[in-house]
Design a binder for this molecule. Structure first.
Ligand SMILES: Nc1ncnc2c1ncn2[C@@H]1O[C@H](COP(=O)(O)OP(=O)(O)OP(=O)(O)O)[C@@H](O)[C@H]1O
Ligand SMILES: [Zn+2]
Length: 442
């Protein structure tokens, strides 16, 4: 009898647990759909809204109608870095109802000079979480949707389709084409900015009949001609300026203002403190994406199309054979301990001035085949007695990619010299990891 009651109870509990699981799933799905759906437009501004946004509501071009449009608007920001931080900060400040943030990356120390939503405490955190926390501190009612993912062909249409305006705050060409094509297919305006060193650019694609990115650049640039902030550097203020202006263009689109920067390119020079506006070519009727007979009707493989990755994560080149590469340990033993060989650092001079292996010499990759450089290397090899027995040239760079390119060039230039020319595998990053922990990794 008791056994029967136990069995019945077990069956009943199993049934209840099943219901509980399905209710939990239902709740989770509902929560996610609330999170990823932009809020419905408010019919009226609340007392709190009026007090908070009064300084912009009283501008005739905005008014209550404009503020309600901002509250009802949703803007997707792809990239929570140098451009995405200021853009999202000002859009949140302006009261944009829903902001989607897409970024696959975590906060690094070298981001902090320009990505000011992140702070020392957020190092190692996903950028989207760190940015979202900062934005919610600014405006707790704001709806921030975090996508800790890489925007790629498989998810772009789904994510982009949920938003009214898209802001490109990324740093690579493959994502630019991806965003362009997704926005063209979905009829979304694309605010696009870029910043490098002391210069920035800004325009709006695919808005009211204006050209799209492909109309202007049907073919991607050769990968070797593209420089990112990690390699070329950037003054923090420059993406700050451009990111804020991206927010401005998104706001103007939401408010339906004329004067949106479409069909024009804004060029900002931090050095001369100037802004220039140049008119762009009109929409190209033959454009593969937005033309009269588009050939791109679904998203393609953009990394393949551009010949580059859609992330700036290190890709390790393999240009040299195993025996043409040495480890940090071997370099340390031969060059530092035995003081043999010549160590050439092929980074640019600013990087070399920041940090370098003692007694290495600096020959930037771009100058490696200058006649003066060749003579300098030959001179050093001849003058230094310690090199006579063991004529070895070691090449180092930041991550071990440029050093391989340099070895190939040096082998060609110095082929009459009977030298062994190798590079340090993994570059100065590996040196810091294996030999000298005090060596800065940047
Ligand atoms: N396809 C993509 N999907 C999601 N996020 C992307 C994509 N492409 C680029 N990003 C993000 O865009 C941001 C661009 O920021 P930024 O140009 O300031 O460079 P960074 O990668 O943060 O820094 P650095 O180049 O100095 O290492 C980065 O956070 C990067 O992770
Ligand atoms: Zn086009």
């Amino acid at each position: 009898m008791t056994q029967k009651i136990i069995e019945d109870l077990e069956i009943e509990i199993a049934g209840l647990e099943k219901i509980l699981r399905s209710k939990k799933l239902e709740l989770k799905n509902l929560r996610e759909s609330v999170l990823t759906s932009p809020p419905k437009a408010n019919k009226r501004l609340t007392k709190e809204d009026i007090e908070r946004f009064s300084r912009q509501i009283i501008i005739p071009a905005i008014g209550c109608k404009g503020q309600m449009a901002l509250t009802a608007a949703s803007v997707l920001i792809v990239g929570a870095g140098g451009l995405g931080c200021p853009a999202s900060q000002y859009l949140t400040g302006a009261g944009v109802g829903c902001i989607g943030l897409v970024d696959y990356d975590d906060v690094e120390c070298s981001n902090l000079h320009r990505q000011l939503l992140h702070s020392e405490e957020s190092i190692g955190m996903p950028k989207v979480s760190s940015a979202s926390e900062a934005l919610k501190r600014l405006y707790s009612k704001t709806n921030i949707v975090e996508y800790k993912t890489q925007l790629r062909s498989s998810n772009a249409l789904d994510i982009v389709s949920k938003y009214d305006v898209v802001v490109d705050a990324t740093d690579n060409v493959a994502t630019r084409y991806l965003l362009n094509d997704a926005c063209v297919m979905l009829g979304k305006p694309l605010v696009s900015g870029s910043a490098l060193r002391l210069e920035g650019q800004l325009t709006v694609y695919n808005y009211n009949g204006s050209p799209c990115y492909r109309c202007l650049f049907p073919k991607p640039p050769p990968p070797e001609t593209v420089t990112n902030c990690g390699d070329g550097g950037v003054l923090g203020v420059v993406p700050g300026v451009i990111g804020v202006l991206e927010a401005l263009e998104a706001i103007k689109i939401v408010l339906g203002w004329t004067g949106v920067l479409s069909g024009q390119l804004l060029l900002f020079s931090a050095e001369s403190g100037t802004f220039r506006n140049i008119r762009l070519r009109g929409r190209n009727p033959g454009c593969d994406a937005c033309g009269d007979a588009p050939t791109i009707t679904s998203l393609i493989d953009y990394e393949q199309f551009c010949g580059t990755k859609a992330t700036d994560k290190d890709t390790a080149l393999k240009l040299l054979a195993r025996e043409q590469r040495i480890s940090p340990e071997t370099l340390n033993e031969i060059f530092i301990c035995k003081k043999k060989g010549l160590l050439i650092d092929v980074r640019n001079s600013e990087e070399f001035d920041m940090c370098a292996i003692p007694h290495s010499i600096n020959v930037p990759l771009k100058n490696i085949d200058d006649p003066s450089t060749v003579n300098k290397i030959k001179g050093l090899l001849q003058n230094d007695d310690s090199h006579q027995e063991n004529l070895s040239v070691y090449v180092v760079c930041r991550r071990g990619n440029d050093s391989q390119k340099a070895v190939l060039k040096l082998q060609e230039i110095l082929r009459d010299q009977n030298l062994v020319i190798c590079d340090l595998e993994g570059g100065l990053h590996a040196w810091s990891k294996k030999i000298d922990a005090s060596f800065p990794v940047y």
